[in-house]
Ligand binder design. Structure first.
Ligand code: 13P
Ligand code: SF4
Length: 347
């Protein structure tokens, strides 16, 4: 028997079943009526995807109707870079922010990479230019330059190794040089310094001075109060948070690592100290779990919409198409491939 109702097609019902547990602050609530409105757009996108042999890569932070409705690959920045590397599709639609789409383009110069968001910055990637990296390299000629994946391709082209939140500690530890310049995230850099000390690894880690405007907002005292109020609460933190926040965390990981921790544990409640799209995704996958705490959104990630995904698949405009100049691409690819090499080293 069909589960469709008077207000919804089978797609609308599928969306409603998946999204009904997403709370108001995390892009929801998703009523049957709202899902019925979204369903024709989802159907259009899935048809266009087949016609154009396209694949849709989606970061965890975007609105859950996109991940659930049309996402082929959903994950953190490392997983999405690997997915981009291995896809056989002709066209990649990257629903996230520009630096992630640029990484996909560097890995797939022969494919078309589209980015639906018109506001596709990132407070970290926008904080450092290639020119600034040139100056720093002159100032620190002995240091290995490690850049966070949240940087432009032009910045990556001037660095030695790129890292993501899922591999930053292990890669810094594995780099042979004990002099490291880490950019652009100051808080992640401080966490790297602390983690190297914890691991007994001697490294001189110099750091740049940018922060993510989302992750810098968390207040350690508020976290302490929530822990006192909710016995058994598990606190999960992204390494873009400050060392004071990390000190209160039960688990520090990339967004994918946090999702895995949620699947593997059974606590009375969780506090996710990262962009609140992750809580939305967790509410889709794990409707029985309880999430507390503030909903802090990234305006760049949240500027992606289903309508814009459909628009770029139908008729992309010039600035929806991600281009990286060949010389920049060559340098950035060296840096990205160095990440894959270091990340995949055993031990
Ligand atoms: P992840 O790689 O952990 O998903 O982080 C990306 C990001 O931009 C965090 O703000
Ligand atoms: Fe950039 Fe912060 Fe948004 Fe991540 S959450 S994309 S680091 S601004």
């Amino acid at each position: 028997m069909s589960t469709a109702t008077a207000t919804g097609s089978p797609t609308a019902e599928r969306l409603y079943e998946k999204l009904r547990n997403v709370a108001a602050g995390t892009s929801g609530p998703y009523s049957r009526e709202r899902c019925a409105e979204l369903a024709p757009v989802v159907d259009d996108i899935n048809r266009l995807k087949r016609e154009r042999n396209a694949v849709i890569l989606v970061h965890y932070y975007v609105h859950p109707e996109i991940t659930v409705g049309v996402g082929d690959f959903v994950g953190d920045s490392y997983k999405l870079a690997k997915d981009a590397k291995s896809t056989t599709a002709d066209l990649i639609v990257f629903v996230a922010v520009r630096f992630m789409a640029e990484t996909a383009k560097c890995l797939n110069p022969e494919k078309t990479v589209l980015i639906p968001s018109k506001l596709n910055g990132c407070s970290l990637a926008d904080a450092i230019s290639a020119e600034r990296v040139r100056q720093l390299r002159q100032q620190f000629p002995q240091h290995t330059f490690v850049c966070y994946i949240n940087t432009s391709a032009a910045v990556k082209a001037l660095c030695d190794v790129c890292v993501t939140s899922s591999n930053v500690y292990d890669i810094v530890q594995r780099i042979e040089n004990d002099r490291i310049y880490f950019l652009p995230d100051k808080l992640m850099g401080e966490n790297v310094q602390d983690e190297m000390k914890r691991r007994g690894v001697r490294k001189d880690v110099q750091i740049f001075d940018a922060t993510c405007y989302v992750h810098q907002q968390y207040d350690p005292e508020r976290v302490q109060r929530l822990k006192a109020k909710h016995p058994g609460l598990k606190v999960l933190s992204h390494p873009e948070c400050s060392p004071e926040i990390i000190a209160h965390a039960d688990h520090v990981a990339s967004t994918k690592g946090m999702m895995q921790y949620l699947r593997d544990t059974d606590a009375p409640a969780y506090l996710l100290l990262t962009e609140c799209g992750l809580a939305g995704r967790a509410q889709v996958e794990m409707p029985g779990k309880t999430f507390i705490g503030p909903c802090v959104e990234c305006r760049y990630m949240k500027s992606n919409s289903l309508q814009d995904v459909r628009r770029v698949l139908r008729a992309p405009e010039a600035d929806d198409i991600v281009e990286v100049a060949p010389d920049v691409r060559q340098g950035a690819l060296r840096c990205i491939n160095a990440m894959f090499r270091y990340a995949e080293m055993a031990g």
